[in-house]
Design a protein around this ligand. Structure first.
Ligand code: ADP
Ligand code: MG
Length: 285
């Protein structure tokens, strides 16, 4: 996990409306490795959404450089930004932003229209994605027939539609109760661990930060030197039951003690057993 997927150098953003000037970002420097799950925390108005907007190519910085997947996106014209958004970015918002007159399935199919010419392939993929977020039986429902947690799951499936390099989530659990929030965090952690999708998530919630790999603290448009290692919910649980070293979901052999591991038991499997052993996997972590 050493490849840099995102690098921001001295990123600044000024908004001007009439005589009013706001310096929303004041020289942000940050680097994210492929496959990381990062959270960004900070007080209201500290520039979190603005930073996500720059990273997501929805707007360009006033100054500074932004490299995304090796490409300098800081001064691209709108057509170039639009292309990057379509190919590389998946967005998840606090208010889900699903289209109310489309079913869950149609909402997930929609972003694929410009990328995948075959309607059959679009449908198949949307069905797979909704299955992977636990909504196989709710595909034909419109958003108003789904709970808040289910709507956010649809939004996450939609964000994955074009196999983005990065998922950007702005307060994705902000409108959810505690239990639903935990479910959504579990899902994001699993997608990050199993698919290797890089996730950058803005949140107010310290508990939510604790289940990511790393937290950045934004204050007054700057990142304070307060990076803290959290832990990824799912990575924490994927471990060798014999020597307790961390294993990645795709491994079928422990990199530490070389024990053969049984294949993961479906999408919700959060632990692994040694091949042929009858015992349960170690619950200590
Ligand atoms: P956060 O997401 O941390 O609450 P924002 O990034 O939304 O903060 O906003 C940072 C600052 O930039 C705030 O002072 C906000 O009012 C200002 N701001 C954000 N977007 C705009 C805009 N489009 N025009 C003018 N000011 C803006
Ligand atoms: Mg915000």
């Amino acid at each position: 996990m050493n490849e840099t997927i995102l690098k921001a150098e001295n990123l600044s953003k000024r908004f001007e409306s009439g005589r009013h000037k706001v310096r929303a970002l004041r020289g942000v420097n940050m680097e994210v490795k492929r496959g990381e799950f990062i959270s960004i925390r900070g007080p209201s108005g500290s520039g979190k959404t603005t930073l996500l907007t720059m990273i997501g190519c929805l707007d360009t910085p006033t100054e500074g450089k932004l490299l995304l997947d090796g490409e300098d996106v800081s001064s691209l014209p709108e057509s170039g930004l639009c292309d990057i958004r379509r190919r590389k970015i998946g967005f998840v918002f606090q208010t889900f932003n699903l289209l109310p007159y489309l079913s869950a399935l149609e909402n997930v199919e929609l972003p694929m229209e410009t990328m995948e010419p075959s309607p059959e392939k679009r449908r198949k993929k949307a069905m797979e994605l909704l299955g992977s977020v636990g909504l196989r039986k709710r595909m034909s429902h419109r958003p108003n027939k789904l709970s808040a947690g289910e709507q956010q799951r649809v939004a996450i499936a939609r964000a994955l539609a074009n196999d983005p390099s990065i998922i950007l989530a702005d307060e994705p659990t902000g409108n959810l109760d505690t239990r639903t929030k935990q479910g959504i965090m579990g899902l994001l952690s699993r997608l990050n661990a199993e698919r290797g999708t890089t996730i950058i998530m803005v949140t107010h919630d310290p508990a939510v930060c604790n289940s990511t790999d790393r937290m950045l603290w934004l204050s007054d448009g700057r990142i304070l030197k307060k990076e803290r290692k959290g832990f990824n919910l799912i990575r924490k649980k994927l471990m060798c039951p014999r020597c307790h070293c961390d294993i990645r979901p795709e491994f079928d052999e422990c990199p530490g003690c070389k024990a053969r591991l049984e294949p993961a038991g479906g999408p919700d499997s959060q632990s692994r057993k040694i091949e042929g052993s009858a015992g349960k996997s170690d619950p200590r972590r």
